[in-house]
Design a protein around this ligand. Structure first.
Ligand code: NOJ
Length: 546
C-alpha cells in the first residue's frame, strides 16, 4: 500500500499561542524584505507587500516573522548598512507602513521580530560623516575605530585583519585637503564602518533605538553580528591570512570576544522591562556549541541560530553528533535550541544537500525540514524553503549586488542566488511578486514552484510544510521538551522519540525496511507498508504518532 500523509485538522491561532516562553517552541519565518512581495511595482519587495501577504504566513502556520533590515540605507549591503535606525527606507515604505505591518501581524496572531545592526553603521550615517569631518583624536571619531597607519608615512593598515567580504578590514581616509589620513575599521564592506562599543554614546544610542522599535510594538530583535561588537584590546594582529575561513571555527580578536556578553545582558534587561516577552536572537558565529550557548544564558539572549546544524553534512552520524552537542550545550544553560537550515547568507539547502543533483537536493531538503521541525526547540524557516526553492546558481554578473562578489577573496560572494524574489502565482515572471519586475531575475521553471502552483497539491513541498506546521501545533510532544534516540535503528537511520511521537530519518541512498513504529502522520516521500513492516525510501523522513 502506498500512502500519502496529510493531516486534516489545522490548529487555531489560539492553540498555537504559547503563553510561557513562546520563543522556546516557535517557528519563525524569515522575510527577506526586498524579495518577499512588492506592492508598488519597482521590482523591490516592501513593507506593504508583506502586509498584504500576511494571511499566507498565518495560513502556513508559523508563529512569528523576522524582517531583515528595512531602515534608511544606501543599500551597500542589502540594508545591513544603516544610515538612520529610526527611519524606513523609501524603497520599503515609511514608518506608518512598519506600524501597520506590526499591528496587522498581531491581529493575525503573528509576532514580529526586526533586525538590528549594532556592529557597524553605514558610511552615510550622520555619526560617520561627523567622524570623517573631525580631526584625528576628535570625539566624533571615538564612536568608531580610527587609527593611524603603520609604516613611515602611515601607508599600511593598522593591523592585519581582513574584511569578511575580502580584502583588508581597514580603509584609509582622505582629508578635505586631499591628504591621506587615518584608517578606519570595517569588518564588512568599507561602507560599513565598525562602531566602538567602548564608547558610552554608542551604547546609549542603541538602547534608545531598541526602545523606539519596542515602543512601536515589535516582539524582539535579530541581532546582526552579535558576536562582533567587542574587539580584543589593542586590536592585535592575527598572523594568518584567509581569516574569513576561520569564522565560526576559532575565536578571533574581532569575533566572539567575552566582552560582548555584557552588552547582551544589558539588552536582556531592557527587553525584560517591556511586557509581552520581547526576545533577542543572536546571529553569532561561535567555534563550538558550548561557546554559542553562552549567548543564551538565562540573563542574556533568548535564542542563537544553530549554524552548526546548518553547516552539517547530510548523514546520520554527523547530524546526530551536531544534534547531541547542540542539545547538551543549550540544556546546560536552560535554553531551547534554535534550528535553522537556510538564510539569506548561505546557499539554499535544497541545493546544498544535492551537490549538483537537484532532485536529490529537494528530496533531502524535504526530509531535513521534517527532521528540524521534530527536534526539541524553536526553528527558523527562510522564505522560499517552504516552496523547495533551489539556489539560483546562474545569475549573470551584471545583476549581482552582493558586495562580497565585488570584493573577491573573502566570502564566496554568491549570496544573491538565495535572494531571488519569491514566485507567488501566474505563468510569467515576476510570478505575482509584484506589478512590476523583480530586482533579480527568476528562473522560468519557478512557475511550477509558485505558491499558487503548489497549493492544494498534497505532494508539493508547500503542503508538506503546511502539514508539518499544523501537526506541530496539534501534537503535544513537539516543540520545546526532550527527545530520546531509539538505538535499534539501522545504521544510516536516525530515529528518536518524543512524548507520543517518533521521527525516523533514512539518510541512506537506498530504502530501508523497519518495523512500523506507530501511526504514520506525515512523510517527506511515499511509504510502502507490508504486514508490520514499513519500507522507507532513500533520504526520507517520517513522523509517527505512538
Ligand atoms: C550578517 C547578515 O546576515 C549579512 O547579510 C550581512 O552582510 C552581515 N551580517 C553584515 O551586516
Amino acid at each position: 500500500m502506498t500512502q500519502d500523509l496529510a493531516p486534516t485538522v489545522r490548529p487555531s491561532a489560539d492553540a498555537r499561542a504559547h503563553t510561557d516562553g513562546w520563543w522556546r517552541s516557535a517557528v519563525i519565518y524569515q522575510v527577506y524584505v526586498r524579495s518577499f512581495a512588492d506592492s508598488d511595482g519597482d521590482g523591490i519587495g516592501d513593507l506593504r507587500g508583506i502586509r498584504e501577504r500576511l494571511p499566507y504566513l498565518a495560513g502556513l502556520g508559523v508563529d512569528a516573522l523576522w524582517l531583515t533590515p528595512f531602515y534608511a540605507s544606501p543599500q551597500a549591503d542589502g540594508g545591513y548598512d544603516v544610515a538612520d535606525y529610526r527611519a524606513v527606507d523609501p524603497l520599503f515604505g515609511q514608518l506608518s507602513d512598519a506600524d501597520d505591518l506590526v499591528r496587522e501581524a498581531h491581529r493575525l496572531g503573528l509576532r514580529v521580530i526586526v533586525d538590528i545592526v549594532p556592529n557597524h553603521t553605514s558610511d552615510q550615517h550622520a555619526w560617520f560623516r561627523a567622524a570623517l569631518a573631525d580631526r584625528p583624536g576628535g570625539t566624533a571619531r571615538e564612536r568608531y575605530h580610527f587609527r593611524p597607519g603603520k609604516g613611515e608615512r602611515g601607508q599600511l593598515p593598522p593591523n592585519d585583519w581582513e574584511s569578511v567580504f575580502g580584502g583588508p578590514a581597514w580603509t584609509r581616509t582622505t582629508g578635505p585637503d586631499g591628504e591621506s589620513g587615518e584608517w578606519y575599521l570595517h569588518l564588512f564592506a568599507p561602507e560599513q564602518p565598525d562602531l566602538n562599543w567602548d564608547n558610552a554614546e554608542v551604547r546609549a544610542e542603541f538602547d534608545s533605538v531598541l526602545r523606539f522599535w519596542l515602543d512601536l510594538g515589535v516582539d524582539g530583535f535579530r541581532i546582526d553580528v552579535a558576536h562582533g561588537m567587542v574587539k580584543a584590546a589593542g586590536l592585535p594582529d592575527i598572523g594568518l591570512s584567509e581569516q574569513a575561513k576561520l569564522i565560526g571555527a576559532q575565536v578571533l580578536p574581532f569575533f566572539d570576544q567575552d566582552g560582548v556578553h555584557e552588552i547582551h545582558r544589558a539588552w536582556r534587561q531592557l527587553l525584560d522591562s517591556y511586557d509581552g516577552q520581547r526576545i533577542g536572537v543572536a546571529e553569532a558565529w561561535a567555534p563550538t556549541s558550548e561557546r554559542l550557548a553562552l549567548y543564551v544564558r538565562p540573563d542574556e539572549l533568548h535564542q542563537a541560530f544553530n549554524f552548526q546544524f546548518l553547516t552539517c553534512d547530510w548523514g546520520a552520524a554527523p547530524m546526530r553528533q551536531v544534534i547531541d552537542e547542540s542539545l547538551a550545550a543549550t540544556r546546560s544553560v536552560g535554553a531551547p535550541t534554535t534550528w535553522v537550515l537556510s538564510n539569506h547568507d548561505v546557499v539554499r539547502h535544497a541545493t546544498r544537500y544535492g551537490a549538483g543533483d537537484e532532485e536529490l537536493g529537494l528530496r533531502r531538503a524535504r526530509a531535513a525540514a521534517l527532521l528540524m521541525l521534530a527536534l526539541p526547540g524553536s526553528a527558523y524557516v527562510y522564505q522560499g524553503e517552504e516552496l523547495g526553492l533551489p539556489e539560483v546558481v546562474d545569475l549573470p554578473d551584471e545583476v549581482r549586488q552582493d558586495p562580497a562578489f565585488f570584493r573577491g577573496d573573502g566570502q564566496d560572494g554568491t549570496r544573491d542566488g538565495c535572494r531571488v524574489p519569491l514566485p507567488w502565482s501566474g505563468e510569467a515572471a515576476p510570478y505575482g511578486f509584484g506589478p512590476g519586475g523583480s530586482w533579480l531575475p527568476q528562473p522560468g521553471r519557478w512557475r511550477e514552484l509558485s505558491v499558487e502552483a503548489q497549493s492544494g497539491d498534497p505532494r508539493s513541498t508547500l503542503e508538506l510544510y503546511r502539514s508539518a506546521l499544523a501537526l506541530r501545533g496539534e501534537l503535544p510532544g513537539l516543540g520545546d521538551g526532550e527527545m530520546v534516540w531509539l538505538d535499534d535503528a539501522p545504521e544510516g537511520v536516525l530515529a528518536f522519540s518524543r512524548p507520543g511521537f517518533v521521527c525516523t530519518l533514512n539518510t541512506l541512498g537506498a530504502e530501508v525496511a523497519l518495523p512500523v513504529p506507530g501511526r504514520p502522520v506525515l512523510s517527506s516521500a511515499a511509504l510502502e507498508f507490508a504486514g508490520g513492516t514499513v519500507r522507507i525510501p532513500s533520504d526520507t523522513c517520517v513522523w509517527w504518532a505512538v
